[in-house]
Design a binder for this molecule. Structure first.
Ligand code: PFF
Length: 458
């Protein structure tokens, strides 16, 4: 009765391969583009501190839960949820949670690919020796890109084609191989840039900004932003981790591998933040510059520092690798469903899905210029997709996963799959049953403005 009964599934070639691809999914634009500007605008060290606590208290337990469901169900997120629910004698409606994940992942991919396209554009510009005189020139350069739909479409198309090309080649020959090449490259470049940033920039100021203990800056708004970001940066709730978990062998320890992923993901964010802020401070730029931080402040710093052109090239290459390996994990869940459930050949499934995402991405490119006047609830298409996914679908799906593992799966199922006992098991199970749902509900309420409405955050 299983949807994947006689379907030969791939398995990662080792536990380390799984760790690598999952870090590849987690480390992306979220860590390198979003983390620094969120930290910059949300009180610096206060945000970093709360974010680290959130990763440990909610992110890590949910990461373990998602991997466990994927591996138990040995299928794409929809059939994995369904199979695990049915195995425990529960309602098959839980398959719906898998749907929220795989559709949400495609919606994210449509705008993720456009933002990654900006990185492609800046990489080309860095290669051809972009020089910016002052902050105004940097801002104008970014504005010019947003006003040029054709250039954005071109870069979006290129980035998406790279992503689809990898997924079309398969789980091992495509996804694993791409990560095995890109991830070591990413770590190497990051180490290089952090050292270089420390020499050329103001590392003590960056360190202070990110880690000085300022408890008074921790406000409810900072906490809620940090929980939301912990979710996004660990790729939670969108089926990506569940899909990757479904290719994990039975011998690997879920807790051990998850710990590695959470640690490495956080470390990359912190190192990227240090490199970025040490330049930001050394060149007198504004850390709270918002989404434009790495596309305006940094290129300006690159234009004025010795060897800045190459620093820029390496930096944008690093971001490109990070975005590429994450985008792959956003596409895989739906492609897995098409190949397993609809029996489509992988290349057909990947390119077909890619085409649909591409169309939506074209709309996103236009939402920054020609269609900027077309809004729904005051949001343009880009803002709407971002809001729907990171503020509604992600927390909702995360909440459902925590409840599913904590309350719906039988304890015997959970114990059998986790192979964890004693205090670690108890702590993890307790977090999933109580703390995670409560934390997520708070984020959700905040996202929909309920807390603000109640005057809590006034
Ligand atoms: N974790 C990725 C990042 O930080 O950029 C984004 C992401 C990937 C979110 C995969 C969700 C997902 F399923």
């Amino acid at each position: 009765m299983s949807q994947t009964a006689n379907f030969q599934r791939s398995t990662w070639s080792s536990r380390w391969a799984f760790i690598l691809v999952t870090i590849g999914s987690a480390v992306g634009l979220g860590n390198i583009w979003k983390f620094p500007y969120m930290a910059g605008s949300q009180g610096g060290s206060a945000f970093v501190l709360v974010y680290l606590v959130c990763v440990l208290l909610i992110g890590l337990p949910l990461l373990m839960a998602e991997i466990m469901i994927g591996r138990r169900g040995r299928g794409n997120p929809v059939s994995a949820m369904l199979k695990v629910a049915e195995e425990g004698g529960r309602c098959s409606g839980w398959g719906l949670v898998g749907w929220v994940g795989i559709v949400g992942a495609l919606l994210i991919l449509s705008f993720y690919s456009v933002v990654a396209g900006w990185i492609v554009d800046y990489l080309f510009k860095a290669l051809s020796g972009l020089r910016l005189e002052n902050a105004e020139a940097a801002a104008n350069r970014f504005k010019a890109l947003l006003a040029d739909p054709l250039q954005m479409m071109l870069c979006h198309t290129l980035f998406l084609a790279l992503t689809v090309g990898v997924v079309a080649r398969g789980v091992i020959a495509g996804i694993e191989v791409a990560n095995r090449i890109m991830m070591p490259g990413l770590f190497l470049i990051l180490a290089l840039l952090t050292v270089w940033g420390g020499i050329a920039g103001d590392m003590p100021a960056a360190w202070d900004f990110m880690f000085a203990f300022k408890p008074e800056a921790i406000t409810p708004a900072v906490i809620l932003a940090a929980v939301g970001h912990a979710f996004f940066s660990l790729s939670l709730g969108m089926g990506a981790i569940m899909a990757y978990g479904s290719y994990l062998d039975r011998q690997s320890s879920i807790a051990g591998t998850s710990l590695w992923v959470a640690l490495a993901g956080t470390l990359v964010g912190v190192l990227a933040g240090l490199a970025i802020f040490s330049l930001t401070f050394a060149y007198g730029l504004e850390p709270a510059a918002g989404p434009g931080l790495i596309l305006q402040a940094l290129p300006l710093a690159f234009s004025h520092m010795p060897g800045g052109q190459w620093f820029g090239v390496f930096f944008f290459l690093l971001v490109l690798f990070a975005a590429w390996t994450s985008a792959i994990s956003l596409l895989e869940p739906f492609v897995a469903w098409l190949t397993e459930r609809m029996r489509l050949r992988r290349p057909v499934a990947a390119w077909g899905t890619g085409l649909a995402v591409w169309w939506l991405g074209i709309g996103v490119c236009l939402s920054f210029n020609r269609w900027s006047g077309h809004t729904l609830f005051g949001l343009n298409l880009f803002e709407l997709l971002d809001f729907m996914t990171s503020r509604i679908m992600m927390p909702l799906s995360g909440l459902a996963i925590a409840i599913f593992v904590g309350w719906i799966m039988t304890r015997a199922q959970v114990l059998d799959e986790m192979q964890l006992s004693g205090l670690p098991f108890k702590a993890w199970y307790l977090v999933l049953r109580y703390l995670a749902p409560l934390g997520i509900l708070l984020v959700f309420a905040h996202a929909l403005g309920w807390l603000a409405w109640l005057g809590w955050l006034a």
